[in-house]
Design a protein around this ligand. Structure first.
Ligand code: BGC
Length: 776
């Protein structure tokens, strides 16, 4: 169950807030561009009364600020990552402990960050994506009085950070003492772009010590932190001035424990420290992060690394939920999902934190949105990300493959203008919907409704009708990733896979349905009717195109059945037959998963919805490839990008396109919370005003328990089996009513010790503790 330290109330979503700035955006004249060292801007100033002083600060690039030599705040990678041409976050810090009466010195370090270090990969690299100049804007105010602000009187100089970049890593020469050698240039800048930080800053989790260290044959020392995470290494080092410590990273080792970093592709992803010779020095990089489990240390010259720890970074440091059962492999799978969320929720939801990619892929975020909200408070995080998505939306309504999107800004350099894939762009309907279910705030639906409609018009336009026939040319107009990374099984006899047109049409339906429901909730009656009519048209066209007369789906694959059943696309006349086909498809696959990115989150919920929990249990607990527990048994500590990333003999499948920290398949956790533990948020009373209680009793899991911090407080639920009875306990916080669902497959014997008739529509349970007994 939850620990108290974890219990923090869910935050309210935040509208954009601006302020009037006295400060100007100033660029260090010392700056030498992306190939050069980092620079700072600084100012010495006096203050009579330091009481109640606050610093407001932001930057082009990344900043870290120091007042009188002390770091201000504990945040990482500020001001964060947004579509900087749309808005840039600023932070505000209380300076009570740092500002003194008399003379003070404010120094702002600037790094390239996402703003201008390399984005994208191979021959599509983009430098200076949002601008060529790094710069800072800051002001200190107290009780309405401006005590200091950035202007042309500031100085600048070079930093000991001799090079940094998101993919590059960071080099630091501690012998370099920052000196003011230059002035600054005031840049033309519209301060209306600056908005108060929209979500929590990136924070460091408790540092992780190595669990094992050894020396490789080449003399380098390898440290295993036992946990794949995204962050930096902090070292303590002693030695001679000029001695170097070079650290690079890996997520996995080869079959003979060789350090394997092929999946970082061209990302240098390393950090280098040059010792100043001042005894024991402690250092960690400032302007970068990387995903890793292993660190390899090479020392050149006379230096000794006294300690090394992994410092995981994340925008979601506090857990909002947990799920455990009697099977350690399942519990580890949940932990792995949490770690993948942490490592990929750094400012925006990314695909992976290690290779030269790390982009806010919309499809990954879309399929994981529900799970994400169970495991962490994503209220503000998703609200902010959706603003980036909407800003990237093309004039024709196409939503970009990832957001923030360098291909929108630099289509020539990025060799494409990537937007419009179904399953990916549907983030504009699915994410606001999941957000609404969890946080109950219709303003996010309202904020994104225009984008939803534009997206739907675009989808319709691809093939001028309900059935979408995607372009097969990668990145071309109307291209779709389909059910990306769907396993096809044994090459000699591949398993059936969904076609791109069927996958695209299914999502066309899902998004139209969600937009129609959204319109109704926000009172757009006319739009709601229009969208509902369109949804029905897609439903009819889907049936005509993809159902055979005997009720079989055209591709007879797991993804088609899962999505069609989950989203009520199976007509009455075909229901039983389609269900039988679905069962056979899974049995023919020997209960191995046959779904990719978009089918996976739907598979087990669809089986449970149909009452086929026996199958759901077998698929979930399958320990072979492809299956969730296979990777856990192989020692994974985060979720893999590919089902078959590492073979049973340790061989790596497609080494350069293989991330070991990709949360998408962790989306199965939503099923654990909503079906196995049986707690489902409902759109009629969102934000857990009402929670549907309908557990799927899977005997193989033994005892199950879950907790979740919703906006009303903590929900707890769990069950255990005793002979032919399942005992289900639920605790509901004040403000949260339960709706116990009737289900003939597991009749309710008693509720809180009493024989109770549960009406068809369910039995309402007030806040408090409840004990329900089911017959199984
Ligand atoms: C990313 C994915 C993404 C995909 C699109 C990959 O390179 O890592 O997670 O969704 O491209 O197909």
């Amino acid at each position: 169950m939850a620990q108290d330290a974890f219990h923090v109330p869910v935050q309210k979503s935040r509208a954009l807030q601006r302020r009037d700035w006295a400060g100007q955006m100033i660029a260090p004249s010392a700056d030498q561009g992306t190939k050069g060292p980092s620079s700072f801007v600084a100012k010495t100033f006096t203050v009579d009364n330091p009481a109640n002083a606050r610093l407001h600060i932001s930057a082009f690039g990344l900043y870290r600020a120091f007042l009188n030599g002390k770091r201000i705040g504990e945040d990482y990678l500020t001001p964060g990552w947004t579509n900087y041409d749309n808005r840039i976050d600023f932070q505000s810090y209380d300076l009570s402990d740092l500002l003194t009466a008399g003379q003070n010195h404010l120094e702002i370090w600037l790094g390239d960050g996402w703003y201008r270090s390399q984005m994208m990969w191979r021959d599509m690299k983009v430098f200076n994506c949002w601008g060529e100049r790094i710069a800072a804007i800051a002001e200190i105010e107290a009780e309405g009085q401006v005590l200091l602000s950035t202007d042309d009187s500031w100085t600048s100089g070079l930093l000991p950070v001799t090079k940094s970049g998101i993919y590059y890593g960071e080099d630091h020469d501690a012998r370099i003492v920052p000196k003011p050698t230059h002035g600054v240039e005031v840049l033309t800048f519209d301060t209306a772009l600056l908005v108060a930080a929209e979500c929590d800053p990136v924070a460091a989790l408790p540092a992780i010590e190595p669990v094992e260290s050894w020396v490789d044959p080449d003399g380098t020392t390898v440290h295993d932190f036992g946990q794949n995470a995204a962050g930096v290494c902090r070292i303590e080092v002693t030695g001679d001035a000029g001695a170097e410590v070079y650290i690079d990273y890996a997520e996995v080792l080869g079959p003979n424990r060789e350090f394997d970093r092929r999946n970082y592709r061209e990302a240098r992803a390393a950090q280098k420290y040059t010792h100043a010779g001042h005894g024991t020095e402690c250092w960690e990089p400032v302007f970068t992060f990387v995903g890793f489990r292993y660190a390899r240390v090479k020392v050149t010259g006379n230096a000794q690394v006294l300690s090394i720890v992994s410092v995981p970074l994340t925008s979601v440091p506090r857990r909002a939920g947990g799920f455990t059962c009697d099977l350690p492999l399942v519990n580890r799978l949940v932990e792995n999902t949490i770690w993948s969320q942490r490592g990929n929720f750094i400012e925006i939801p990314t695909d992976c934190p290690q290779r030269d990619e790390r982009m806010g892929w919309t499809g990954d975020a879309q399929v994981f949105a529900g799970t994400a909200c169970w495991l962490a408070d994503c209220n503000r995080f998703f609200t902010s990300y959706l603003r980036d998505v909407v800003h990237d939306q093309r004039p024709n309504g196409a939503v970009s493959y990832f957001s923030p999107d360098p291909t929108r800004i630099h289509p020539k350099l990025a060799k494409g203008n990537w937007a419009g894939s179904t399953g990916w762009g549907d983030v504009v309907t699915v994410m606001p919907w999941q957000h609404y279910l969890h946080y109950g705030d219709p303003s996010v639906l309202r904020e994104n409704f225009g984008a939803m409609q534009r997206w739907l018009d675009y989808l319709w336009s691809i093939s001028e009708g309900p059935i979408i026939r995607p372009n097969s040319v990668w990145g071309g107009p109307g291209f779709s990733f389909g059910d990306w990374l769907q396993p096809i099984g044994d090459n000699r006899k591949p398993r059936p896979t969904i076609s791109d047109d069927c996958a695209a049409t299914l999502y066309h339906f899902i998004s139209t349905d969600l937009a129609a429901r959204t319109a109704e909730i926000i009172g757009e009656t006319e739009a709601a009717e229009r969208l509902a009519a369109r949804r029905d048209e897609i439903r009819a066209a889907f049936e005509a195109e993809y159902f055979t007369q005997t009720g079989r789906l055209a591709h007879n694959d797991q993804t088609s059945y899962a999505l069609a059943f989950l989203h009520d696309l199976v007509p009455e006349c075909h229901f039983e037959a389609a269900k039988t086909y679905f069962r056979r498809v899974i049995e023919d696959a020997h209960h191995k998963i046959g779904t990719g990115f978009i089918g996976t989150p739907a598979l087990l919920p669809a089986l449970s919805k149909l009452g086929m929990d026996d199958l759901a249990e077998k698929v979930f607990l399958n320990r072979e490839v492809p299956g969730w527990l296979y990777q856990v048994e192989q020692g994974a500590t985060t979720i893999w990008e590919r089902w078959d990333a590492i073979g049973p003999d340790g061989t790596i499948y497609e080494p350069s396109m293989n991330s070991y920290n990709h949360y998408a398949y962790g989306a199965v956790c939503q099923w654990l919370f909503e079906y196995v533990a049986g707690c489902r948020p409902v759109p009629e009373a969102p934000g857990f005003d009402l929670v549907m209680l309908a557990p799927a009793i899977l005997p193989a899991l033994g005892q199950v328990s879950m907790w979740h911090d919703c906006r009303h407080g903590q929900i707890e639920a769990g069950w255990h089996i005793d002979g032919s009875h399942a005992h289900y306990s639920v605790t509901l916080p004040k403000g949260c009513t339960g709706l116990l669902a009737a289900d003939p497959s597991r009749p309710i014997l008693s509720v809180n010790g009493e024989n109770t008739d549960v009406p068809e529509g369910g039995l309402k349970l007030p806040p408090g503790n409840h004990k329900i007994v089911f017959a199984i």
